[in-house]
Design a protein around this ligand. Structure first.
Ligand SMILES: NC(=O)c1ccc[n+]([C@@H]2O[C@H](COP(=O)([O-])OP(=O)(O)OC[C@H]3O[C@@H](n4cnc5c(N)ncnc54)[C@H](O)[C@@H]3O)[C@@H](O)[C@H]2O)c1
Length: 302
């Protein structure tokens, strides 16, 4: 066992399987006491069970660590609160929350139903809010703590997961807001965008050039939870196998100002393309490349 997180209490949602499980086991192996929170649902969010969370607690205890399980739905305020309460009541404090819980309901935008939209937003975005809300109230008084949201490269957009992409973009904005609002209380907030082989990524309809295992994601999360990362906040990191990358902060790229009397649609049409212009959308460029390759019978090289 290491001691990177010794003395800390960490709650991990979605910790019953996949990436959340690997994070929970790594936190325990580095000396943290862990709240293993998982509603035990299928990929689409149905059929809850407490089995997977209990199983991970058993694994942690078998290796000499300390953990408790909470089989709650994090998309409810009460569920998020109960995860944080389990940390405070069981172990006396909460030093980190890692919001990994997630589901998928894939559908093209023009066919997507409310039943496919709402639970996906509720699990990812509200399920991060409920934990951040409950934990930050304690961390503010402690004057320390770390919030970690889980996003995806798909926050840039996706063809058939607009619900998931919208939720993951929301998680980034929520996390940056937490970083800004909690900075003066000594609390950090960062996002991780993983790419790892799990039941969720098994459904991705194309080959991913860069992918790793859930265990490859855990060290970055442990680092972000540790005192060594106390100055790191408001960041989004991708981790895919051996690769770690940081995302740019959103910022304006180019600007132009109207001179005499403001813009008209016509002056914008005349002026905008050659000046402010557009910014290439990498995912659209890739999609178009794939469509061209498919039409010519070639395979795209990644
Ligand atoms: N696997 C990847 O390559 C990949 C890529 C990008 C983002 N992500 C994100 O990483 C996270 C983990 O994904 P994974 O691949 O390990 O998925 P997974 O399906 O293996 O695990 C997700 C876990 O979340 C739990 N869960 C779902 N809804 C819940 C709820 N309402 N309350 C509590 N627990 C709930 C499930 O029971 C499950 O154990 C997700 O947020 C996912 O969107 C994964």
């Amino acid at each position: 066992m290491g001691d990177f997180l010794s003395g800390k209490v960490i709650a991990v949602t979605g910790a019953g399987r996949g990436i959340g499980r690997a994070v929970a086991l790594a936190c325990a192996a580095e000396g943290a006491k862990v709240v293993v929170a998982d509603y035990g649902v299928s990929v689409d969010g149905s059929e809850p069970s407490s089995e997977v969370a209990d199983q991970v607690v058993k694994e942690i205890e078998a290796s000499g660590g300390e953990a408790v399980s909470v089989a709650e739905d994090v998309s409810t305020m009460a569920g998020g609160q109960r995860v944080v309460d389990a940390a405070v009541e069981g172990f006396g404090r909460i030093d980190g929350v890692v919001c990994v819980a997630g589901i998928l309901r894939e559908r093209m935008l023009f066919n997507m139903s409310e039943e496919e939209w709402d639970p996906v937003l509720a699990t990812h975005l509200k399920g991060t809010f409920t934990l951040f809300r409950a934990a930050s109230a304690v961390m503010r008084k402690q004057k320390s703590g770390t919030l970690i949201g889980f996003t995806s490269g798909n926050h840039q957009g996706s063809v058939s997961q607009s619900n998931y992409s919208a939720a993951k973009g929301g998680v980034i904005s929520l996390t940056r807001s937490a970083a800004l609002g909690l900075n003066k209380y000594g609390v950090t907030a960062n996002c991780v965008a993983p790419v790892a082989r799990t039941r969720m990524s098994a459904g991705v309809p194309m080959e991913l050039a860069e992918i790793g295992e859930p265990e490859d994601v855990a060290p970055l999360v442990v680092y972000l939870l540790s005192d060594r990362a106390r100055e790191v906040t408001g960041q989004v990191y991708t981790v895919a196998g051996p690769k770690i990358a940081v995302w740019a902060q959103p910022r304006e790229l180019r600007a132009a100002y109207a001179t005499d009397g403001g813009w008209t649609p016509e002056s914008i049409a005349d002026f905008l393309p050659g000046t402010v212009g557009t910014d290439e959308m990498p995912m659209l460029a890739r999609l178009q490349e794939m469509a061209r390759a498919a039409a010519s019978g070639d395979r795209p090289n990644k």
